[in-house]
Write a protein that binds this ligand. Structure first.
Ligand code: HEC
Ligand code: HEC
Length: 287
């Protein structure tokens, strides 16, 4: 245990040192493109539509924040594993489950329903704590901070079916905007404001943040965060605690919340500037 604590302290100190360098502009790798408004054109082929679905799944849909092999807080969708076959294939069995009370009649409808009304059926063991698997912690992906359009949700379903190797039953959207150029690959870019950075890294999918309209409730509401931050972990200043919560979220778990829910690699996906802006905002605007 002592060693463990020492490792944590060491990594915090290390990250603080690194942070100190940020003013000198140490460059960072940014593996993901920022969320951009995807163009869905009338002339898209099914292959392009599926590829777009993959981009949304891994990007602006924020699906992989929870559906990933690391955290274990949401069932795997693309990979097969302890949750069974990929969702494209197992969706057909979900609607035959005796616990299923939703409206879906087909596998495609089940995936659609899961995205827009997650509590219609909650996979056993994944419900919000204390709800006996009746309330899903997943936010509706057609509303709030994710806000996917119908055509984008269709693209994600097509991608999930394709990656499961089953027949793609989703139809290409019709009546979409007149043929536009295929979406250009966006250059990875650092967010310009803290607000933008919260959206880019999915913080608002799980947290409600003072001053930002749309937010989630998977993690703590940030109202009063800067006031309570100094009393969370002995020896950490408010700023150090907020920093640690982002770069090594598993070092301390807020009471009443599930450990391992917040992605552990957010710190690596951010630019130093984004991390700076986020911490500054949380220190100054959360009361
Ligand atoms: C904040 C975390 C979170 C995010 C973000 C999220 N999900 Fe989920 N999702 C869950 C959890 C937890 C479950 C299991 C509980 C349930 O059945 O609702 C789930 C269940 C599902 C299921 C049903 C799985 C099954 O085995 O029956 C589908 C389909 C799904 N999510 C799709 C998506 C897609 C697509 C996105 C992105 C557009 C997404 N989710 C974003 C947490 C999340
Ligand atoms: C998939 C959901 C999820 C995402 C995305 C997420 N968080 Fe969290 N966060 C949580 C949960 C759950 C907790 C509480 C459990 C814990 O302490 O680990 C938490 C705790 C925190 C805390 C501590 C709050 C307190 O009251 O002490 C901070 C600060 C925080 N997150 C910041 C962020 C920031 C900044 C981002 C975006 C860069 C982010 N989180 C993204 C789920 C998430």
């Amino acid at each position: 245990m002592k060693v463990f604590i020492r490792i944590i302290i060491f990594s915090v100190v290390l990250s603080l040192c690194y942070w100190g360098f940020s003013n000198y502009g140490i460059p960072q790798v940014i593996p993901e493109a920022p969320p951009v408004e995807e163009k869905i054109s009338g002339s898209m082929t099914m292959d392009q539509y599926i590829a777009l679905g993959g981009k949304i799944f891994n990007g602006k849909g924020t699906c992989t924040l929870c559906h990933n092999p690391v955290g274990g807080r949401a069932p795997l969708l693309v990979e097969s594993g302890k949750d069974g076959a990929p969702i494209g294939a197992r969706a057909a069995d979900r609607i035959k489950d005796p616990r299923y009370k939703g409206k879906a009649k087909t596998a495609e409808e089940y995936i659609y329903e899961s995205e827009v009304d997650p509590s219609a059926f909650v996979v056993a063991g994944f419900g919000k704590p204390g709800t006996n698997d009746t309330v899903s912690p997943m936010p509706a992906t057609n509303k709030g901070s994710i806000g996917l359009s119908e055509a984008e949700i269709g693209a994600v379903i097509a991608y999930l079916q394709k990656s499961a190797g089953v027949q793609v039953t989703v139809k290409l959207p019709t009546g979409a905007a007149p043929a536009a150029a295929a979406p250009a690959a966006a250059e990875p870019q650092s967010a310009k404001t803290a607000e933008e950075a919260f959206g880019k890294h999915g913080c608002t999918t799980c947290h409600t943040i003072p001053g930002i309209a749309e937010g989630g409730d998977v993690g703590p509401n940030f109202k009063g965060l800067s006031s309570r931050a100094g009393s969370r972990v002995k020896g950490l200043s408010p700023k150090e605690y907020i920093m640690q919560s982002i770069v090594s979220p598993d070092a301390y778990t807020v009471k009443g919340f599930e450990p391992g829910t917040m992605p552990a690699d957010l710190g690596e996906k951010m630019t130093v500037k984004e991390l700076d802006m986020i911490i500054k905002y949380l220190m100054e605007k959360t009361g």
